[in-house]
Design a protein around this ligand. Structure first.
Ligand code: IPE
Ligand code: IPE
Ligand code: MG
Length: 238
């Protein structure tokens, strides 16, 4: 499929869902699905950038995911550990800038350090801008932003209350400086937001597919973009 005549969204957000079911279908433990899913992420970053997508934001671990069995949470954290380390190399190779969104203060010290290293090492890269949502929840993000906002307001560093606009508040979100996604993709057939990018997705087009995340590939991404091109993007007007 040629993408030549397609309008490519500048920012694509993905809810990578279905790792557990993918593994179950193969009589394997859920954690095997997560390992496979993490390989898919790497491939999709390259495909997305080649297609002309500038920003890609993926949901890796939600504020609700702590409720999973300890063993699964531990495996996910270990996968993320490996991922952050490998990513220093991959980001250099493909010129990708990586940023973590979410409340990382709740993560183990070593993982936080790897994140810092990765963000610093890739900060000057000019290719794909890749955001990983980790211990991320849209409500949590908005609440953290509101608290910081209130602090700064009390300190007098913000405009008059009446003059405060959406752009002033957006500066306090984890995604400060990043344009809102035009397209959201969720795999595995679930049709909900699961607390993802609640503020930022206000005007995104939503694409849902039954494909499980480890099976998601370039062709599936192209289908999502094809769908996006069929939408009539009107913003509130006629
Ligand atoms: C998505 O796959 C990955 C994470 C939420 C970390 P799931 O683990 O949710 O897989 P299913 O939905 O149970 O199949
Ligand atoms: C959303 O998937 C979170 C991530 C993909 C990281 P979940 O599988 O955790 O969402 P729910 O629980 O089905 O809503
Ligand atoms: Mg799931």
């Amino acid at each position: 499929m040629s993408m030549e005549n397609y309008e490519i969204p500048r920012h694509v957000a993905i809810i990578m869902d279905g790792n557990g079911r993918w593994a179950k279908k193969r009589m394997m433990p859920r954690t095997y699905g997560h390992a496979q899913g993490s390989k898919t992420v790497e491939k999709i970053c390259e495909d997305a950038y080649r297609m002309g997508i500038e920003y890609l934001t993926v949901y890796a671990f939600s504020t609700e995911n702590w409720q999973r069995p300890k063993e699964e949470v531990d495996t996910l954290m270990n996968l993320l550990r490996d991922y952050m380390k490998d990513c220093i190399k991959t980001s250099k190779k493909n010129n990708m800038r990586v940023r973590i969104i979410g409340d990382i203060t709740k993560l183990d010290t070593d993982l936080r350090e790897s994140i810092k290293k990765l963000e610093e090492a890739s900060s000057k890269n000019t290719g794909l801008k890749f955001q990983v949502a980790l211990n991320y929840g849209g409500r949590d993000e908005i609440l953290r932003a509101a608290k910081k906002f209130a602090e700064d307001y009390a300190a007098g560093v913000l405009p008059e209350f009446g003059a405060v606009g959406e752009a002033d508040f957006e500066n306090y979100l984890d995604t400060a400086g990043i344009p809102s996604p035009e397209l959201l993709i969720r795999t595995s057939g679930e049709v909900r937001l699961s607390n993802y990018l609640l503020w930022q997705l206000a005007y995104a087009e939503f694409y849902f597919t039954d494909v499980l995340w480890p099976d998601f590939d370039k062709k599936e991404l192209q289908k999502a973009i094809e769908y996006y091109n069929k939408r009539d993007r009107r913003f509130g007007g006629v």
